[in-house]
Write a protein that binds this ligand. Sequence first.
Ligand SMILES: [Zn+2]
Length: 179
Amino acid sequence: MTVQPAGLTVKGAWSALFTGPGQWGSAIAFPIVLAGPPTSITFSTQTSNNISAGPTAGNLTVWGCDAFVNSTTAGNGWWIGLYTTNGNCLREVDTSNGKARHHCDICDTLGEPLPISELITCIMVGKQPTYVVTCGVCGARECLNAQLTTADEADPNPQRAANARAIRAALRFLGKGIT
Ligand SMILES: [Zn+2]
């Protein structure tokens, strides 16, 4: 079996089509098995209609993830776009002043230091919380993997390890049960 090495991104297309108000989702199956669960997945929109929130992703594994959008009460609509795994993510997470910066891999913008509580938005997917950082420049949405462990922080791939440390530190700062 061919496995995508840690730190290399996987890209693909995803779409959600819906016919009424509510939360709509499906599985994303990665085109290759990853060496480890991605530290995050970033969505960039190609076209969308009647979206009130999302996309957001949960249950990130080596095989894929769940992805969801929330529709407006107007009903019929869609989200069509691209996903990219293993974004460059959070930078300079400083839990002493509660700030961090976000680097967007889609438009390569490093944002200014912002309060972590403003940077990261929690969106419920059913009863499962998901954590999203939205790029202020291009609107790409980076969905953080909230299931990373201390083993991910010690990953041999330095970028993956740095991403895991930054995400876990930020979520722990927000009191999200990261141990
Ligand atoms: Zn961007």
